[in-house]
Write a protein that binds this ligand. Structure first.
Ligand SMILES: [Zn+2]
Length: 385
């Protein structure tokens, strides 16, 4: 069926960020959609589906000073283009590690960040981003830059990325909030929000409402985004974030009647409990195609998983971070899923692909599969029906 999403997606629900502030400030709250900006709401298509592509671990800018680096970025762009052309999703989620900031000796990693968004933007598809542990990591001097005399040879990335052509480079990391503001300000298709200020430097904490095709005010599913840290601060979903999530969900979905799906970058410790034995074959009820390494979880578990498990409306959590894992496994009342390594940057040579989600409205269902760069599809699973 021809999918014709874009015209219906032109409208957003930013608004819920206002709900967040109301909740945390103890102000009066008037309804789940407080300020629905004209022309910006995510909606199911006229065929009552909403399809999402997850791009995980692109790692743009890795080894930017070598010939290898830019070639990998081109390859990653090719993967995204292949997936987008095949699946024609209504929405794209960049699931963290968009860039390898620890390899970027420039003041503004936004240039690489922007390049990673380009295949989606050029097709007119809206998107949202969250942070991974590499996106604001501090610059690490490559040992090979040091000459025999011990004086480092300063190398800026290729001029085509520097834009201004200025001499010299700054080597400080680019802050999360800088990256996010650049994206939001420059892109009308970006649905990313910079989250409640009281949670900073954990920035990508927000929710998007996907509405019914027939009524833009009628929520069908809520998509929650959380910043799982790393880079400039610990790899955790903090207790403050968990409390924020708890307040928010009680306001916008108090009786858990609306299905909810959650996205962050680094798997929580619960993933270790749900995981198949590392490097063993994946057996039911888990579904996936690669289980090549152990789960590399967050540093601590401070309440978010208990909150998710207690909400029957939470259907699944999706993470990236482990490039050698692409499984989904059940955990209590929900599913824990890895995406699929999309980028040619980052460790591992496993074939690249993207996890796809497809939701239906009547009745609500959530299916998922993995679309590979070569066009093949595998690991299809119904996560909610
Ligand atoms: Zn990664």
């Amino acid at each position: 069926m021809a999918r014709c999403a874009t015209p219906f997606l032109v409208t957003v629900v930013v608004s819920v960020i206002i709900a967040v502030r109301s909740a945390t400030d103890g102000l009066d709250y008037e309804g789940p959609v407080l300020r629905q900006a004209a022309g910006k709401a995510l909606r199911f298509s006229n065929d009552s589906t909403f399809r999402v592509a997850l791009f995980a671990d692109l790692h743009y800018g890795e080894n930017a000073w070598t010939e290898w680096g830019p070639v990998q970025d081109d390859n990653s762009g090719r993967v995204m283009s292949a997936v987008l052309d095949r699946e024609n999703p209504d929405f794209v989620i960049y699931l963290g590690d968009v860039i390898t900031a620890n390899n970027l000796p420039i003041p503004n990693a936004s240039l690489y960040w922007d390049r990673a968004l380009s295949p989606t933007r050029s097709r007119g598809i809206p998107w949202a981003t969250i942070f991974g542990n590499h996106d604001d990591a501090a610059f690490e001097w490559p040992p090979e830059w040091f000459s025999a005399t011990g004086i480092p040879e300063v190398r800026c990335p290729a001029e085509r990325f520097s834009g201004s052509g200025e001499k010299g480079c700054s080597f400080r990391g680019t802050q999360r909030i800088e990256l996010m503001k650049m994206e939001i300000e420059k892109n009308s298709l970006s649905y990313t929000l910079d989250g409640p200020r009281e949670l900073w430097p954990s920035v990508s904490n927000y929710v998007l409402q996907v509405s019914s095709y027939v009524d833009s005010k009628q929520p069908v599913v809520y998509l929650y985004f959380l910043d799982s840290g790393g880079g400039s601060y610990p790899e955790v979903v903090s207790n403050a974030q968990a409390q924020w999530f708890d307040k928010l969900t009680k306001i916008i979905n108090p009786n858990t009647s609306i299905p909810e799906v959650v996205f962050w970058h680094i798997p929580s410790k619960a993933y270790e409990k749900a995981a198949p034995k590392p490097t063993s074959p994946i057996r039911k009820p888990c579904v996936g195609s690669i289980n090549k390494e152990g789960v590399a979880p967050q540093e601590a578990e401070w309440g978010i998983m208990d909150m998710l498990s207690e909400r029957p409306s939470i259907k699944a959590v999706f993470v990236g971070h482990n490039h050698g894992l692409d499984w989904c496994c059940p955990y209590q009342s929900l599913w824990l899923c890895f995406a699929r390594h999309t980028g040619y940057g980052g460790y591992g040579d496993w074939p690249r692909g993207a996890r796809i989600l497809e939701m239906t409205q009547h009745p609500f269902s959530l299916k998922s599969w993995i679309r590979m760069e070569d066009g093949t599809e595998h690991s299809k699973i119904v996560l909610s029906s």
